[in-house]
Design a binder for this molecule. Structure first.
Ligand SMILES: Nc1ncnc2c1ncn2[C@@H]1O[C@H](COP(=O)(O)OP(=O)(O)O)[C@@H](O)[C@H]1O
Ligand SMILES: [Mg+2]
Length: 352
């Protein structure tokens, strides 16, 4: 079923607009006196306008480092970034500091796991949203306040007028995350980077926020890169899925392809663990062994030491991406050889 890249079909060869996001061979390492941490090791992907890419992988696989690179949020000192990234044809590596500041929050904004990191405890919610709007747009305070109210309505904050006058600590975690999302949407970004935005919340609140984000994303035609370690969340929200392992994308494709017909043994193991115990928080830990030390990455496939299909040929060289005609990619030299004992149907997929 899977073979080396086949020739382009006529529909693929037709001219189409440039993707909103282009990442080409991104590499990020953190250098200290004693060691070099290789957090991202050659990531490439494109994302079309209005689409949702879900990035999944164990803790420490480089998901947040990749996201922060897109907004150039790493400390300059001791961080080495290679490769190219562009958003709406802006070359992220080449932009001036000033242009980058302008881009953050307007063209691209980001929502983090912990809403308190994005909110200032000393200021009322309304003032913080007004400030965010006015940082990017020359509008009166009154117009910005009207926008703040609209935004709270958009993210379904009850009694929005009252909440505009509240301080962050007066609100629940779920409400705070809705407000952070409202602030991220304030300037109608083309791209929202969401780094595990619901992980810190109770399951029921998590679902409400996911459904809301997906709805707003569709209505606004905004693209989103959504990081999660939860496969059920990915199934709910993704158009495309990228599975990361030790700083590489080891599987990539449409949500249906990756989650229902996984090709890489790592993705299969994750899904099998999830389907078996239904407790998604345990799913990744259920794969025996642990991820490699990013300070001393082994030769060859980084998953080989934990892979039940691995042989000596797996530790010779980094597996190349093998892509089928439908753009479903896996970095595993056994793709197409390993029998697919596991098949998933939409009904056995974990749901949130
Ligand atoms: N500023 C930094 N300096 C050194 N190591 C870092 C830094 N930021 C992240 N790392 C390391 O990079 C690896 C990937 O981290 P991260 O992207 O946060 O993983 P996750 O997939 O859980 O989001 C981890 O081993 C982390 O410790
Ligand atoms: Mg992270």
């Amino acid at each position: 079923m899977v073979s080396q890249m086949t020739s382009l079909s006529p529909s693929q060869a037709a001219p189409h607009p440039a993707p909103l996001v282009r990442v080409d061979d991104l590499r990020v390492r953190f250098v200290s006196r004693d060691a070099t941490v290789r957090a991202v090791n050659g990531i490439s992907f494109d994302l079309e306008r209005g689409k949702v890419l879900c990035v999944i992988g164990e803790s420490g696989s480089g998901k947040s480092v990749m996201m922060r690179s897109l907004l150039r949020l790493h400390p300059k000192k001791r961080t080495v970034i290679e490769g190219t990234m562009s958003v709406a044809e802006h070359d992220i590596g080449a932009l001036s500091e000033r242009a980058m500041t302008g881009l953050r929050g307007s063209l691209v904004s980001m929502v983090f796991q912990e809403p308190m990191t994005a909110l200032d405890p000393l200021y009322r919610i309304g003032d913080q949203i007004v400030e965010t709007v006015r940082r990017h747009e020359h509008v009166s305070r009154q117009a910005a306040l009207a926008r703040a109210l609209e935004l709270l309505q958009l993210v379904r904050v009850p009694s929005p007028e009252r909440r505009l006058r509240a301080y962050p600590h007066e609100l629940s975690g779920g409400l705070r995350q809705r407000i952070v999302i409202a602030m991220a949407l304030a300037c109608r970004p083309s791209l929202l980077l969401a780094d595990e935005p619901t992980t810190a919340l109770d399951a029921s609140v998590q679902i409400q926020i996911l459904v809301l984000l997906r709805k707003i994303q569709r209505e606004m035609g905004m693209a989103m890169i959504f990081v999660t370690h939860d496969l059920g969340v990915a199934a709910q929200i993704a158009d495309q899925v990228a599975v990361m392992y030790a700083g590489r994308i080891i599987e990539y494709g449409s949500a249906g392809d990756v989650l229902l017909a996984p090709q890489h043994p790592y993705t299969k193991a994750m899904l099998a663990a999830t389907a078996k115990d239904q407790d998604r928080s345990l799913a990744l830990e259920a794969i025996a062994g642990s991820p490699p030390d990013l300070r001393a990455l082994p030769e060859g496939c980084n998953f080989a030491p934990r892979c039940k299909f691995a042989g000596p040929d797996c530790t010779v060289a980094t597996p190349p991406p093998i892509t089928d005609a439908g753009d479903h990619m896996a970095r595993c030299i056994r793709v197409g050889i390993v029998a697919h004992k596991l098949t998933f149907s939409a009904t056995t997929m974990p749901t949130i």
